[in-house]
Design a protein around this ligand. Structure first.
Ligand SMILES: [Cu+2]
Length: 110
């Protein structure tokens, strides 16, 4: 039916506007960062203190996601995944201990 997508879009827009109207009670989110081919994948936008990063190692190699400021560290075998929590705001640089060329940055808001 042609009408169904329109009704769906309208209700989705309503839900979105409700969510945007109350940012103070936004629940902590889980964001995924993939490790593959000796690189970190794209870092998600909209990170906040209290959110969780799920690091997913899709590579054939063991990797870590290690914050330069020591605020998190996770060591993952190939195919493994693990989570770290964002505990502070700011630009947080991270790298892999085994492959120093693997780097990235998380922009974390309060
Ligand atoms: Cu690595």
């Amino acid at each position: 039916m042609a009408r169904y997508p329109t009704a769906f879009a309208a209700s989705a827009a309503l839900l979105l506007s409700l969510a945007l109207a109350s940012p103070a009670i936004a629940a902590p989110k889980v964001h995924v960062v993939v490790m593959d081919k000796l690189k970190f994948g794209p870092v998600p936008a909209g990170l906040h203190v209290g959110d969780t990063i799920r690091w997913v190692n899709k590579d054939l190699f063991r990797h870590t996601a290690t914050a330069r400021d020591g605020s998190f560290n996770v060591d993952l075998q190939p195919g493994a995944s693990g989570t770290t929590k964002l505990t502070k705001a700011g630009m947080i640089a991270f790298f892999c201990r085994y492959h120093p060329g693997m780097t990235g940055k998380l922009a974390v808001a309060k």
